[in-house]
Design a binder for this molecule. Structure first.
Ligand code: 13P
Length: 293
């Protein structure tokens, strides 16, 4: 299928209470594991890209790989830009064929974050692509941004209401609800009550950041509470490295590189399949695409 915009898929997913996985791709092999994993499970998928990954490979190669892979499968795939505070990068992604982008102004004072998010919103509306915007401060490391545990701040409910007012067609909203990027050191304190209050009054699907390391029960409660986009990055990166190293450990004398790439692909895909099951999106491709009979 041609790449799709994630907004309509996420609305349907939120209404039916399942989560669409959003994996941070690393390279062609990783994009292939993500998209072919989705196809195997007949699940909708969001392939998201961190700014440093784009800086490494370039806009065009990534857009070309993901578009080509998406066109080879029968499930809806969106190409999304993860956390980005640089409007120039956002514009270049839109130009290169991304179907949605995230503007992350969460480190700015509220009024400035709102004004800047609205400016990017107008840009994305004109271009016909989806927007994700964030408030509060999600802890941990993502891309080159680090938010210390004690600096992580839950989104303020009244600010959430105010924030989205000027962006009625926001594809997905990312309020900080207590999850964090990277592996959890202790148990995350997820503010389910805040999530439910936001979902009850704001008709926009919610993004769950910091998916790596959450338990099935935590995924279930967040998805039941309105999270429709579930982000996984750290675990995917670990599978990428470990899958490769496992081949070296199993066959120390191997000199042919392709089996390493296959081992890596399989390790990443296994995790993609597991997460799709965990989020309840297996078999939901047609539902998410709006083409269900
Ligand atoms: P993890 O790295 O914890 O999986 O979080 C990913 C994420 O939220 C990307 O924005």
């Amino acid at each position: 299928m041609a790449l799709v915009s994630m907004g309509p898929m996420l609305k349907r997913a939120q209404a039916a209470r399942y989560g669409i996985a959003a994996f941070n791709m690393i390279d062609y092999n990783s994009a292939r594991a993500i998209i072919e994993g989705a196809a195997e499970k007949k699940a909708p998928m969001i392939v998201q890209v961190s700014v440093k990954t784009i800086k490494h490979w370039g806009f065009k190669p990534i857009a070309t790989w993901v578009r080509m892979l998406a066109e080879g499968v029968d499930v809806p795939v969106a190409l999304h830009l993860d956390h980005c505070s640089d409007v120039d990068v956002i514009a270049k992604c839109i130009e290169a064929g991304w179907t949605s982008v995230m503007f992350d102004g969460s480190s700015l004072p509220f009024a400035e974050n709102k004004a800047n998010s609205e400016a990017v919103y107008r840009m994305t509306e004109d271009a016909g692509v989806g927007l994700e915007a964030e408030i509060g401060a999600i802890g941990g490391v993502e891309d080159d941004k680090f938010v210390a545990e004690d600096a992580a701040i839950l989104a303020n409910y009244d600010e959430c209401v105010e924030f989205v007012k000027g962006m009625p067609n926001l594809a997905v909203f990312a309020p900080a609800i207590g999850t964090a990027h990277g592996f959890y050191k202790g148990q995350p304190k997820i503010a389910y009550d805040l999530l439910e209050k936001i979902t009850a009054t704001i008709p926009i699907p919610i993004a769950l950041h910091g998916g790596t390391g959450l338990s099935q029960e935590q995924f279930d409660r967040c998805i039941a509470g309105g999270c429709a986009k579930v982000n996984i990055s750290t675990m995917h990166k670990h599978r990428y490295i470990d899958g490769f190293l496992q081949v070296r450990a199993d066959k120390p004398k191997l000199e042919e590189p392709l089996p390493f790439i296959v081992g890596q692909y399989e390790a990443m895909k296994r995790d993609v399949l597991d997460m799709i099951d965990a989020f309840g999106s297996a078999g939901k491709a047609a539902h998410a695409a709006g083409t269900e009979a």
